[in-house]
Design a protein around this ligand. Structure first.
Ligand SMILES: Nc1ncnc2c1ncn2[C@@H]1O[C@H](COP(=O)(O)OP(=O)(O)OP(=O)(O)O)[C@@H](O)[C@H]1O
Ligand SMILES: [Mg+2]
Length: 683
């Protein structure tokens, strides 16, 4: 008999709960057991900064050079844990800076005493970066490499033994008085690995201090006996459980209360313990308490009321917080805030900023300025949409516009914005070296800190996708129009000049699209491989004869003739080869073919990009009139033309990712360009 689906499901869940894994994650032991663990694996004592740093490195990294600059890409930021959902693109430099800050903090070079401030324009992925770090830490502490521990007190209660976890899930090693820790560590770890020092800083939290003192009193100072009440436990950081990971979001300024950060008196328990300064009558559940051992995130940190900002500065600089009615309480956590550009600028005038600026490490998180990176952001979201078709180049053009709005106008007047975008995107332009590109980047200091945010693009792409009025296919024009319309009420555009500039950039993108569409249609028209092959063979026969000063056999007349100069030139001109350089080009091709022959390979036009392009353009020129693209825009199309158009359309669908609708649209569009008559093939 088949099992019911619900029982199947229970089985499935059960099978995935490996009992060994469960036991290992919920390990418990005595304080002595813990000392054995420390001796075997001192890494359990790492600080929060060390752990975050090691977590990032544990995913590996790779190195590459960009414009002669060595850059390290940390794979962690490609979101391997989330299957790439939160992958960060194009910010390798900023992320390198961030990782360097963690590295220096892990070595206790000083940055561990700073607030890390991710600063950048709205929607530049600041929150995403912090989210990745939090998820990463949650994962890492569940691996063998990232394991860490805390402890509970086991005390006699009214109903037998009661377990009281350390409310701040502290490091058990803190139970050893700080004056004795160094020698304890020397004994436990006689030969520490070179590198970072093994160090456990800070004192117990008020609750554990109190409990330890009570026990010592009870046992007349016998610390070993007091330790028998300690149960060490593996610590699993989890934001959902409010363990080791906290988030603080300031509400409106009048409603901020420091208890949200440092915990609050538990009034119900005051009666029980008789005093409001008894740590048992306190909830150590402020965001700083909760996040101990891990990360606390401050969303829009500059909106924090000034009074609490000093709490924040103390927490980072002294690694301690001051709960109401209690002494300073030591914490060990990464404090990371973010703020966007307008907010930061507003506060720069504020003198309080001095204090903050001095105690923060500001890490700029700009927008992408490389087109290919920007495209990936949207591919991630819309790459697999199936409900509607998205015409080729739609995402690319939206991304192109976004990047254009962010680029500063080049000082070199000869460089157009589109050219600059292409240079940044790795394209080579005559007269521009890698050094020039570096100079361009250096002269544009604020580049990437202004312009259109990815969120705006994402919103408009979504709008276009859900728009009921339109057909089952979204094309670039729909999206560009949507982007344009939205500018009227874009809340972050302060002035009309900016709006005008953005609109000009839309016009540039449309122009660029004209070229792209034209090229693609041309290629589809000439994608007739047999025709290209024949043309190529013909061309090669001619240049062979030309370079060897021979004659060519005409297959029709069977007569030897002079090489066909007109044919050769009509192909070469397509890719701008001047008369004076034609000999070089022809020899180059012949040498290439010769070299291949020596290796026993035969030549194919497809391996020579320039020649391929030239042949396609020539073929297009020859065929354009037979296809009568222009006639597409007229309402009457004869059956012969229609058949040819259908072939082209089928190729566009097959080879370039168009659908029936957008293939028709783009053919009409390109036909209208040719009908306008102001362009020539291959322009
Ligand atoms: N460089 C990038 N790589 C990948 N995704 C990005 C990048 N920049 C922005 N995004 C995407 O843009 C959206 C906004 O990102 P996020 O919310 O992290 O930005 P933010 O900087 O926190 O914004 P805000 O300042 O408004 O809080 C997200 O969907 C994010 O994935
Ligand atoms: Mg954010």
């Amino acid at each position: 008999m088949a099992a019911t689906p619900s029982i199947d499901l229970l089985e499935l869940v059960q099978q995935n709960q490996n009992p060994d894994t469960y036991r290992s994650l919920h390990w418990e032991g005595s304080f002595q057991d813990y000392l054995d663990i420390v001796a075997a694996n001192p890494a359990v004592l790492r600080s929060a900064f060390e752990r975050v740093y090691d977590m990032i490195l544990s995913f590996g990294s790779e190195e590459y050079t960009e414009n002669k600059e060595k850059i390290i890409r940390y794979k962690f930021f490609s979101d391997p844990l989330g299957g790439g959902r939160d992958a960060i693109y194009g910010l390798d430099r900023a992320l390198m800076t961030l990782v360097n800050v963690f590295r220096s903090a892990a070595h206790r070079y000083g940055t561990e005493r700073r607030v890390l401030l991710l600063h950048g324009p709205v929607g530049s992925s600041k929150s995403t970066i912090v989210r990745l770090l939090k998820r990463g830490l949650e994962h890492y502490c569940r691996t063998d490499e990232g394991v860490l521990y805390t402890f509970s007190w086991v005390l006699p209660g009214e109903q037998g033994e009661e377990e009281h976890p350390c409310p701040m899930h502290e490091e058990p090693f803190r139970l050893i008085p700080s004056s004795l820790r160094a020698s304890a560590l020397d004994r436990l770890i006689p030969e520490p690995r070179p590198g970072r020092p093994v160090l456990v800083e800070g004192e117990l939290c008020p609750y554990c201090r109190f409990t330890l003192r009570e026990l010592l009193t009870r046992y007349a100072g016998d610390w070993k006996k007091a330790m028998e009440h300690v149960r060490v436990q593996r610590l699993l950081l989890a934001e959902q459980d409010r363990v080791g990971i906290g988030t603080f979001q300031p509400k409106d300024e009048k409603n901020q209360d420091s208890t949200e950060l440092t915990g609050d008196i538990n009034y119900a328990k005051i009666a029980l313990y008789g005093s409001d300064s008894d740590p048992r009558a306190f909830n150590f559940d402020g965001e700083f308490n909760v996040a101990n051992r891990g990360i606390v995130e401050f969303i829009e940190v500059l909106k924090l009321d000034v009074a609490f900002l000093y709490d924040l500065l103390g927490a980072s600089q002294e690694h301690s917080i001051k709960p109401k009615k209690f002494a300073q309480t030591d914490i060990d956590e990464v404090i990371i805030g973010h703020t966007n550009e307008p907010e930061y600028r507003k506060l720069q005038a504020n003198e309080f900023m001095e204090a903050l600026r001095d105690r923060t490490v500001k890490i700029d998180v700009p927008y992408c300025t490389r087109l290919s990176d920007e495209i990936q952001i949207y591919r991630k979201d819309y790459g697999e949409i199936t409900s509607k078709h998205m015409a080729p180049h739609t995402i690319e053009l939206a991304a192109m516009w976004a990047v254009l709005t962010r680029l500063e106008e080049p000082k070199n007047a000869k460089l157009t914005p589109i050219q600059k975008l292409k240079l940044y995107n790795g394209k080579t332009l005559p007269g521009f070296t890698e050094d020039n590109i570096r100079e361009l980047r250096a002269e544009a200091r604020r580049e990437g800190l202004e312009g259109i945010s990815p969120r705006y693009i994402q919103d408009k792409l979504s709008n276009a996708l859900v728009d009921e009025e339109h057909t089952a296919c979204v094309n670039p024009f729909m999206v560009l129009n949507e982007l344009n319309r939205g500018l009227d009420h874009h809340s972050l555009i302060a002035d009309d000049d900016t709006r005008k500039h953005y609109r000009e950039m839309i016009a540039l993108v449309k122009q660029e699209y004209e070229d792209i569409a034209k090229n693609e249609v041309q290629r589809a028209i000439c994608a007739d491989e047999e025709a290209i092959r024949q043309l190529c063979a013909n061309y090669i026969d001619n240049i062979k004869a030309y370079t060897q000063k021979e004659r060519v056999r005409n297959p029709y007349t069977n007569q030897d003739e002079e090489p066909n100069e007109r044919l050769m030139r009509s192909i070469e001109e397509k890719i701008g080869i001047q008369e004076s350089l034609k000999d070089d080009f022809r020899r180059e091709i012949m040498n290439y073919i010769g070299a291949l022959a020596i290796e026993g390979k035969t030549f194919s036009y497809a391996t020579n990009e320039r020649l391929h392009k030239a042949l396609e353009l020539k073929l297009f020129e020859d065929q354009k009139d037979t296809i009568k693209l222009k006639s597409l825009v007229s309402s009457v199309v004869d059956t012969e033309t229609q058949a040819k158009i259908d072939v082209v359309k089928a190729r566009m669908i097959e080879n370039y990712g168009y659908c029936e609708i957008c293939a028709t649209d783009v053919l009409n569009y390109v036909a209208s360009i040719f009908a306008r008559g102001d362009v020539t093939a291959g322009e």
